[in-house]
Design a protein around this ligand. Sequence first.
Ligand code: SF4
Length: 307
Amino acid sequence: MVSSYRVVTVWGMTTDVVAGVAEGPVAGEQPALPSLSPSRAADFKTCPLLYRFRTIDRLPERPTTDQVRGTLVHAVLERLFDLPAPERTEGAAGGLIEPQWARLTAAAPELATLFADLPEGAFEQFLSSARALLAGYFSVEDPRRLEPAQRESLVETVVDDRLRIRGYIDRLDVSPAGDLRVVDYKTGGAPREAFEARALFQLKFYALVLWRTRGVVPRVLRLLYLKDAEICDYAPDAEELVRFERTLVALWRAIDEATAARDFRPKPSRLCGWCSHQALCPAYGGTPPPYPEPAVEPAATLPLIEE
Ligand code: SF4
């Protein structure tokens, strides 16, 4: 089941999200298969205990303003391409901020409460920082010259006949010659070097899905860093994606084994600084809650903000 809106991940990455992309069997017309999103796969790679907290315990995570700003800017950039090409100006994008904020808070009223405890003027500052990210976007791309093939689209495929992989792509461009370019907007305030490997993992994940579903290896995987106004392009090849597919299947096996053994160990790293669950983590003197048996329902409080 997929929620009606996307939010940003705790890691400050723009990814698939979330409230609702279930990990585990997916019911449908086809036989139920376990399913894995790039965010959850990257969680396990980063720290198995973090994966457990998010995917099995489903502990709520209060979004930060950075994450919510990312959600808002993604929404604005998605809607921007609804406008006729000549009208996709920075001013028009700025004009979409408030309507998109209204839409997001209508879908998740708790987002607006984030500003309740902050000093006066925090919300205005939030809006103006969203404008600054959009300015970063316009300094590296001209949307009047682009006609994306897809925006915020869910892509999925089955690998190894037993694992469904799925996630949301921010934008997919297709050239007249049929070349694919996967574009991911990065809006986080965290140092990007801390997350670059995770971001690339996510893009290879999408590249693999597109290759398997369209038979074409994307020509370019593009990370668009709005805060730094920088573009980072990466060109994958088929051999690399074959290796990546093997990695994903092995990762899923490791998740499966950890689940069977109820054994999800903490793996401290510099990314712990962005983890919401330090108080429950043995690496920081905490104790995880009892393992949920059977799996608990998704948290009903704040939406689990992913990317
Ligand atoms: S604090 Fe670090 S080691 Fe502990 S769960 Fe979070 S990411 Fe893992």
